[in-house]
Design a protein around this ligand. Structure first.
Ligand code: AGP
Length: 607
């Protein structure tokens, strides 16, 4: 799972390849590399670690050329060491790859038997070696060599190649992993995503499954999987290039947390007319025809699906399931007429979610997606798209995109409930007005960030933290624990409060911090009883509650953070915010790499 880029031009490309890679680093950042053709020869530079190491290396030992390919890696096969970094280079070809070649081992064995020596532990080097054979032994041209080689490959790939002796050519192909082409003035571009191309070109097209293309500085030719010359629709990108500035903040994550009042107003403004109190929604299926909803996502996006399950069943009365994308497609789920499938994803490129969506498409056309990246594969392959309008999210740990997912799902929930006459016009208008309170409530909580920072001190010396929530705050507890794990590397688990006594309570002792979400609600007293059980075992409780909850919990713990009182309908959105801050400040304290935590990538494009 990686980011790949290529530029073929009449001008130098190396600095621009690095700029493009900076916008792809969200796809992986354990090593990076660039290859170009100079005086007909392949030259390359690779480095482990972040892109900045490659940049420095190239500053010391410059490479240049008018054609080049670049890569930023998230290791799948082989450790993140320099020999495994891309491009993989043989005498005649250099390749960068995003994806996984499932049958690489059988080819590797054959090549080893023939005496070919491998330099890396990657699946990708096999592709370079197979193509090298086609060129040097079978005398194939570049396009033919690629075509014949990919015929044999199983798995997913987006590939870019340059060739010795070809100073004005890139060959690209894709299956399973996305590739976008950008058209410039006497130069052309290719990348894993269109947004990274937006700094070079506004005119883009997406390659389709199995496509092969050749790019020269003056021309792009595209062929389908049967070798026929084809046209793919071009489109103009209206989005601004990704802004890579942190402004006044130390980290993107901090910026993304603190800009949420604005971002929430933005998404609400997109879907609601505050003045008229009306919804203005993209087209969507008839509510009366929806018999069941199946929400699918991964990680944080899955937790927004889980929260929406509570909402859709609670308010709209529609039977709803929340599914992990990576499980969904492999467990033979039953998809019936009348099912609405909702795929939730920030990036819109998560391989598990795309796989689940394609699986579902075999059974139904009722595919709706809730995505942040509107040009993404998931958006393009859905029949209805609800954008989350959070703006580019750069920090690997999702914050504002999660909140916007919750808001969009909430809006859909109100729409369904109202169409199905489950709520009155007055109730509907109260709910919509409630949403409009969110930016103010968020700003209020953010102004107390120092108090939340203090609470994080409770984690000092602990190896593990438990998060508890009941009802619709249970998914928020899961998300809070995930956030802490991701960026502070502190072990954390989320539990439904009522589940504690069924096992996890064995973990409680005086060194165990437990974050509890318990505002006044229909389940307040039940959770309070669960927390008393924790107190009796001397667990350190950090409680997030509202005014009434605080009064009723004063004997429970001294570590209480009081949130503004709000309707139960808003608590999941509100209580997510302090948990984001807890994760951020804990990570800050531990000195971890907040925006690019170890082993992770923003967009997981392999299964
Ligand atoms: C969130 O903090 C995580 N980095 C991760 O769980 C993420 O939500 C998941 O990989 C799904 O990504 P997506 O929303 O881009 O599909």
């Amino acid at each position: 799972m990686c980011g790949i880029i290529g530029i073929v031009s009449k001008n130098e490309v190396v600095n621009r390849l690095i700029d493009g890679l900076a916008r792809l680093e969200y796809r992986g950042y354990d090593s990076a590399g660039i290859a170009t053709i100079n005086s007909s020869e392949i030259v390359y530079s690779k480095s482990t670690g972040k892109l900045v190491s490659l940049k420095n290396k190239i500053k010391e030992n410059p490479i240049d050329g008018h054609v080049g390919i670049g890569h930023t890696r998230w290791a799948t096969h082989g450790e993140p060491i320099e020999i495994n970094a891309h491009p993989h280079v043989t005498k005649n070809v250099a390749v960068v790859h995003n994806g996984i070649i499932e049958n690489f081992a059988e080819f590797k064995d054959e090549l080893l038997e023939k005496g070919i020596i491998f330099n890396s532990q990657t699946d990708t080097e096999v592709i370079a070696r197979l193509i090298e054979e086609k060129i040097s032994k079978e005398k194939c041209g570049p396009l033919e060599a690629v075509r014949l080689t990919i015929e044999k490959l199983r798995g997913s790939f987006a590939l870019c190649f340059i060739f010795k002796g070809f100073e004005d050519l890139i060959v690209v192909t894709r299956r399973g992993s996305p590739l976008a082409l950008g058209f410039g003035d006497r130069e052309n571009f290719v990348s894993s995503d269109a947004l990274s191309l937006s700094i070079f070109s506004k005119k883009i097209c997406y390659l389709e499954e199995g496509d092969l293309a050749t790019l020269t500085s003056d021309e792009v030719k595209i062929y389908d999987s049967f070798g026929n010359s084809v046209f793919r629709d071009t489109q103009i990108l209206y989005t601004d290039p990704i802004n890579l500035s942190k402004g006044q903040y130390k980290h993107f994550m901090e910026k993304e947390i603190f800009e949420q009042p604005e971002v929430i107003s933005q998404v609400l403004g997109y879907y609601l007319d505050a003045f008229e109190g009306t919804l203005s929604l993209p087209s969507l299926p008839q509510s009366t025809e929806i018999k069941r909803i199946i929400l699918v996502g991964c990680g944080t996006a899955f937790y927004s699906c889980l929260a929406a399950k509570y909402w859709f069943e609670g308010l709209s009365g529609i039977p709803t399931h929340a599914e992990l994308a990576s499980e969904f497609r492999y467990r033979s789920p039953v998809i019936c007429k009348g099912d609405l499938l909702i795929f939730v994803s920030q990036s819109g490129e998560t391989a598990d979610t795309i796989g689940a969506l394609r699986f579902a498409k075999k059974y139904t056309k009722n595919i709706l997606s809730v995505v942040n990246v509107e040009q993404s594969s998931i958006a393009r392959e859905s029949n209805w798209v609800f954008p989350t309008k959070a703006g580019p999210e750069i920090g690997v740990a999702s914050t504002k995109a999660f909140i916007c997912q919750l808001i969009v799902l909430k809006i859909l929930n109100i729409k369904f409930a109202s169409d199905l006459s489950k709520i009155s016009a007055k109730h509907r208008s109260n709910l919509l007005n409630g949403l409009l309170e969110l930016p103010r409530l968020y700003a209020e909580i953010l102004s107390q960030n120092e108090n939340i920072k203090q609470l994080c001190k409770k984690f000092i010396g602990s190896n593990s933290v438990l998060y508890l929530g009941r009802d619709v705050l249970y998914p928020i507890a899961l998300e809070g624990a995930l956030k802490l794990k991701e960026i502070s590397y502190l072990h954390a688990e989320g539990y439904a409060s009522g589940e504690l006594k069924h096992g996890p309570i064995a973990l409680i002792d005086k060194s165990m911090p437990l974050v509890a979400l318990n505002p006044w609600s229909k389940v307040f007293e039940k959770t309070l009883s669960n927390l008393e059980e924790v107190k009796a075992r001397r667990g350190k409780i950090i409680l997030f509650t509202d005014k009434k909850g605080r009064e009723l919990s004063k004997d429970l713990t001294k570590s209480i953070f009081q949130l503004p009182s709000c309707s139960e309908f808003l608590t999941p959105i509100l209580y997510s915010l302090p948990l984001q801050l807890i994760a951020y400040y804990t990570a800050l304290d531990k000195g971890t790499d907040v925006d690019q935590p170890r082993n992770l990538a923003k967009s997981v494009t392999v299964e």
